[in-house]
Design a protein around this ligand. Structure first.
Ligand code: TXA
Ligand code: MG
Length: 346
């Protein structure tokens, strides 16, 4: 197949025309791994009905087996295959937000295998809206497939990919094919709501925010309890660059830069309101002050800063308004290997 574009790009990156999508669906049905775009981030897909293929997925990601993966479906008609119950609240959310950036955690059927669910009694389900994901799911369904298990297409614990090149950078030859849908619109992972113990719980904030969920549900959501389904995306340290990352206030940013430069250290900065000081020599990115635009580019920016050979990445704190909740959550996880006290001493 000769679907590659620019020389130097991975041979595995394909323009997602109908031949490439058909080929991807056949690879999936044959037990191979295929990366594809969604409106949130790129997913690394395997046939969710093929336990060996899902095992291969865990091996490629380096992900511990106890972490469940989301099953991507063409539409809500496939819910009964995977979930034995669709509580009224979940039905409302699916009606309002599917296809879209929402994952529902529901009681599983026996067809959702232990490798998909991490041995839990729940399964994560999502109907993505991205046209390439939809084309792939339709071609996959035409070959008898019922769902594509897909975590974000990054190595475990690392930053999620928002372009086909990010996927190729992380996986090289471990993935048979990467469908290139350009940069993901939303740029951060889906909102996850669990309906496992009767109550709706927000497990991971995303582009669909708590207020939007509450409006559709007609009542508030619980926060994760100890009994909540495990979500690796809710581990304190996740989505992290290799370079230590510190979230700092507007006032701390110039001080942190100065102190590190005095020690001869290179600094990389993701700024929001602070202007680049004259003579600053490291990588400096001025991020958007709009929360959705900020989220769209966040992971690409973190990858760029991570690649700049700095001793530290300093990120200017974002506002506390609800619209920034998901971004604050991801920044907190990217920085969480660092204590609050040392973050203050940057
Ligand atoms: O936007 C997204 O959700 C992307 C795209 C590709 O769909 N996927 C994604 O997958 O972010 P992943 O595996 O990187 O994160 C999914 C999160 C994990 O934290 C996982 O633990 C949780 O969803 N999850 C999946 N199934 C679950 C289940 N049955 N119970 C509890 N948590 C679950
Ligand atoms: Mg992930």
């Amino acid at each position: 197949m000769d679907k590659t574009r620019t020389p130097g790009r991975s041979q595995r990156i394909a323009v997602p025309d109908s031949a490439a999508v058909q080929h991807a669906a056949r690879l999936l049905r044959a037990g191979e791994l295929v990366a594809f775009p969604t409106e949130t981030v790129y997913g690394l897909g395997a046939d969710a009905g093929n336990a060996d293929a899902v095992r291969k997925l865990f091996a490629a990601k380096g992900r511990p087996a106890a972490h469940p993966v989301i099953v991507h479906m063409r539409d809500a008609a496939q819910v009964p295959h995977w979930a034995r119950e669709l509580p009224a609240g979940a039905q409302k959310l699916a009606g309002a937000f599917w296809p879209g950036p929402l994952t529902l955690i529901l009681p599983r059927t026996s067809l959702a295998s232990d490798i998909v669910t991490g041995g839990q009694d729940n399964v994560g389900l999502r109907v993505p809206a991205h046209p390439v994901a939809q084309m792939l799911l339709a071609a996959f369904a035409a070959l008898g497939g019922t769902g594509i298990a897909a975590p974000s297409a990054n190595r475990f614990g690392r930053i999620s990919p928002t372009t086909a090149e990010h996927v190729a950078d992380d996986f090289g030859d471990a993935v048979s094919l990467i469908l290139d849908g350009g940069a993901c619109d939303i740029g951060i992972e889906s909102t996850i709501v669990a309906f496992s113990g009767g109550e709706a719980m927000l497990l991971r904030p995303g582009a669909i925010d708590r207020d939007a969920l509450v409006r559709v549900l007609g009542h508030s959501l619980g926060s994760p309890t100890a009994a909540a389904p495990r979500a690796s995306g809710s581990l304190p340290s996740h989505y992290a660059p290799r370079t230590p990352l510190y979230v700092v206030t507007k006032a701390e940013l110039p001080l942190g830069i100065g102190r590190r430069e005095e020690r001869g250290e290179r600094v990389a900065v993701l700024a929001l309101t602070v202007a680049r000081p004259a003579g600053f020599e490291g990588a400096w990115i001025a991020a958007s002050r709009d929360a959705a635009h900020y989220a769209h580019s966040l992971y690409a920016h973190l990858r760029t800063l991570d690649a700049s050979n700095a001793a530290a990445i300093l990120v200017e704190q974002v506002p506390t308004a609800t619209a920034w909740l998901a971004v604050r959550d991801r920044l907190g996880r990217a920085a969480s290997s660092v204590s609050v006290a040392s973050a203050r001493r940057v």
